[in-house]
Design a protein around this ligand. Structure first.
Ligand code: HAM
Length: 437
């Protein structure tokens, strides 16, 4: 029988890698809480129309990458419905904002999410068909300050804090403004016209984009195309006064709190809902898929989905890419993170229950404990312990009778006898010292 494998573009995440995922998610939750965010969980499939209207029919995501199916009616009273696995979470969050009438609170909603998204893209390093995003949205009525450039700066400053807290060095914040809903069509028109005389000298993809979606020409990575693309009109020259002032205020707030950024006039992003501020954090270690995260403002999205006026700004981090970056940066730390604190090894069958009881007490003290395998051979216990944990406790007949247990810490090589009642405190201290070194 043919071997069953995970579907192309999807993958299993196993320990010890999942340790790193847990750390990333925990750190994100801690940081988000400090900025007043609460968690939202929306369904992983939605009505297809939500993405068609929210993300935009003409985008790559909606036109070619969605997993969509016709959900058959189960009863006469039901209609069949076109459903789609979410390719992103912003549209779902704004739908929930409208559906639960969160506008009526009059408050700014600060919501974060962690979960899988689905896009039928060509899989490669850092690009999967099921991938994970850690994202957040700030949305609310204008009276709650949702339009303020200070919100943009706060979100960007929070992201810089999160990446620093995770120990990710060497990121770049790319920043741009795509203007208001009326600026963008004027710019697209100018771009379309500027492309007519030069399109023939561009790559095949750009020749197609020049007609179907001229903004995407700006994403082209083909080296030969770059000199021509540099001569195309820049969106900065098409911003109205209000968008220009907004962008200046965001930059000045970032300057004031010392968050470095690089203005990239070509950063227009691939989703239709963006207005004004757009951004990406990139990292050189990622190769072609170098965007760690992306986001921006979407002041008209709620109205596009039939809701009240509710300007907003948000981002989504590609968690797979964040983990890849951390793995590449610090393989030594990664190995150590997977180790448990202690391995409790019974030396004979008679000590098994006592070992289980000791493990239970140590775990209740917060230590991470593995229990011996039942072979009762001291040499094997040491070998196993060395692979799984940072220390070992031997539990033989003598130890049980005397109440003095043998403990060995692998990093220092120190072996000592400790009274059973004190062993938990001893290990807690030893592990803390180990972590500091
Ligand atoms: P996005 O740029 O499409 O934006 O995706 C955000 C991030 O998700 C990307 O920067 C990348 O790190 C990760 N990502 C996207 N596609 C893949 C993939 N196939 N494999 C692995 N990682 C991927 C959005 O999704 C917007 N909803 C962000 C947002 C929130 N804007 C405002 N609020």
């Amino acid at each position: 029988m043919a071997l069953m494998k995970a579907v192309r573009g999807t993958r299993d995440l196993l320990p010890p890698e999942t340790e790193l995922w847990n750390r990333v998610e925990r750190t994100a939750c801690d940081v988000f809480a400090r900025y007043g965010f609460g968690e939202i969980r929306t369904p992983i499939f939605e009505d297809t129309q939500l993405f068609a209207r929210g993300v935009g029919e003409e985008t790559d995501i909606v036109s070619k990458e969605m997993y969509t199916w016709e959900d058959r009616a189960r009863a006469q009273s039901e209609k069949s419905q076109s459903l789609t696995l979410r390719p992103e979470n912003t549209a779902g969050v704004v739908r929930a904002y409208i559906e639960h009438k969160l506008a009526e609170t009059g408050l700014l909603q600060k919501l974060y999410y962690i979960g899988p998204q689905f896009r039928r893209e060509r899989p490669q390093k850092g690009r999967y068909r099921q991938f994970f995003q850690i994202g957040a949205e700030v949305i609310g009525p204008p009276s709650a300050g949702s339009e303020s450039p200070l919100r943009d700066a706060e979100v960007l400053e929070m992201l810089a804090t999160l990446l620093d807290a995770l120990g990710i060095a060497g990121w770049t914040l790319e920043l741009n403004s795509v203007g208001s809903a009326t600026d963008r069509p004027r710019y697209v028109q100018a771009l379309r016209e500027a492309l007519i005389p030069v399109a023939a000298s561009l790559c095949d993809d750009c020749q197609r984009r020049a007609v179907t979606n001229p903004l995407r020409v700006l994403d082209c990575k083909v080296p030969e195309d770059q000199p021509v693309i540099e001569t195309l009109p820049k969106i900065a020259d098409f911003l109205d006064d209000a968008s220009r002032a907004h962008f200046a205020a965001v930059r000045s707030a970032l300057d004031a709190c010392g968050v470095p950024y690089h203005v990239n006039p070509r950063l227009v992003r691939g989703l239709d809902y963006y207005t004004r501020t757009t951004f990406e954090f990139t990292h050189g270690g990622l190769g072609a898929q170098n965007a760690l995260l992306g986001g921006g403002r979407y002041d008209g999205l709620s109205e596009m989905l039939g809701g009240p006026r509710a300007p907003g700004i948000g981002f989504a981090i590609g968690a797979d890419r964040l983990v890849l970056t951390l793995q590449a940066m610090d393989s030594a730390a990664r190995g150590d993170e997977a180790l448990l604190d202690v391995y409790v090894a019974p030396i004979g069958e008679a000590q098994q229950n006592a070992a289980l009881q000791l493990a239970r007490e140590l775990r209740r003290q917060g230590l991470r404990v593995e229990l011996g395998d039942g072979s009762f051979r001291i040499k094997k216990a040491f070998e196993m312990a060395d692979k799984r944990a940072r220390s070992i406790i031997l539990l033989g007949e003598d130890e049980l009778q005397s109440g003095q247990l043998t403990v060995k810490t692998f990093a220092s090589g120190e072996q000592t006898k400790i009274a059973r009642d004190e062993i938990g405190d001893y290990l807690c201290r030893a592990m803390r010292v180990g972590e500091q070194n």
